[in-house]
Write a protein that binds this ligand. Structure first.
Ligand SMILES: Nc1ncnc2c1ncn2[C@@H]1O[C@H](COP(=O)(O)OP(=O)(O)OP(=O)(O)O)[C@@H](O)[C@H]1O
Ligand SMILES: [Mg+2]
Length: 318
């Protein structure tokens, strides 16, 4: 039914290079969270730490009472069974066709018969729109198809926690819209806890229940979607609205001169908060909140035009 992931005071270094420090957040059970951040801020490293592939230098990752940052290999092996992961590069076995790639976790971790395996694999291949491509090798298909095959493989063990690293990089806008709807429908269906890393601002604005932003070696903010989309905190507002004006520059941080030259400039007004994507069958998801609820509960006036089903955001990926 989806389990909570509680991250406390997590710090990761490689040698003397601090990637991020003191990151604390809770991925609520069954909800969709998105992690954003400029390239190189350690989003992929964060995913790998949450699943215990990388050990943090400090802090805890609590999942069902086990701290996977500090547990035994045996406990880690058990906890890992709760996860489905789509890595940034897809990580397919090049010499196996898509069918065998997707079937791999089932053959490795279950005692299912080949005919049961076939049922699950064909189901998941259909879910991600790859029916008919079962016998292709990863090298013979497009990057977007590889992503979708990776997603099918991440789903075969019915995960409680789904970690997805940049599902939309290399996808065209129509397929991105399709995969976003797929996440919402999947979440409604399997009720797992989702963490999606993306650079696509439209995805970040319309899909998740919660948004986080890694910036400058810290978690700048993490919370309900409406909290971040109504925030005027410069880093958050700049990133979530894909604006050039603000503290983030081409090389992540602008230098003092650049910032000083902008200091008199007003940040542009926030665009309307768009409606969140609904499941295709119209039944609300467990984590879904009523539009505007967070703003009302917290006495925040949302930008004009928010939650109008027709309000759209013209920005592209950053
Ligand atoms: N195994 C490793 N050993 C040493 N340094 C690493 C390792 N993995 C990642 N890094 C470094 O950690 C930093 C963060 O990398 P990461 O891949 O997490 O960034 P990211 O936010 O996912 O970027 P992108 O948006 O481009 O995917 C980078 O400076 C990278 O070089
Ligand atoms: Mg990455």
């Amino acid at each position: 039914m989806g389990v909570e992931v509680k991250v406390e005071g997590l710090t990761k270094k490689f040698g003397s290079q601090v990637i991020w420090s003191d990151v604390s957040l809770t991925l609520p059970a069954g909800e969709i969270s998105v992690m954003l951040g400029p390239s190189g801020t350690g989003k992929s490293v964060f995913l790998k730490t949450v699943i215990g592939l990388l050990k943090p230098n400090a802090g805890h990752v609590w999942i069902e009472g086990t701290d996977i940052a500090n547990c035994s290999e045996k406990d880690l092996y058990e906890i890992r069974k709760l996860f489905g992961v789509l890595f940034q590069d897809g990580a397919m076995f090049g010499s196996m066709d898509l069918y065998d790639n997707v079937a791999f976790p089932l053959r490795e971790h279950t005692k299912k018969s080949e005919s049961e395996i076939r049922q699950v694999v064909m189901d998941k291949m259909e879910l991600v729109g790859l029916t008919g491509s079962e016998n292709k090798l990863p090298g013979e298909i497009s990057g977007g198809m590889r992503k979708r095959a990776g997603l099918a493989r991440a789903l075969v063990l019915d995960p409680e926690i789904l970690l997805i690293d940049e599902p939309d990089s290399g996808l065209d806008p129509v397929r991105t819209a399709y995969i976003n709807q797929l996440f919402i429908d999947l979440n409604a269906q399997i009720d797992a806890t989702f963490l999606i890393v993306t650079h696509d601002i439209n995805t970040a604005r319309t899909v998740p229940d919660n948004i986080g932003l890694l910036y400058h070696k810290h978690l700048a903010m993490f919370g309900p979607r409406e909290m971040l989309l109504s925030s005027t905190e410069p880093v958050v507002a700049q990133f979530l609205n894909a604006q050039r004006v603000g503290p983030i520059g081409m090389s992540e941080e602008k230098d003092a001169d650049e910032l000083a030259s902008e200091s008199g400039i007003e940040m542009p007004p926030l665009p309307p908060i768009p409606a969140q994507l609904d499941p295709s069958d119209g039944r609300p998801r467990r984590g879904q909140r009523e539009p505007g609820k967070w703003c009302r509960d917290n006495n925040v006036t949302p930008p004009r035009g928010s939650f109008d089903a027709h309000a759209s955001f013209a920005g592209a990926s950053v």
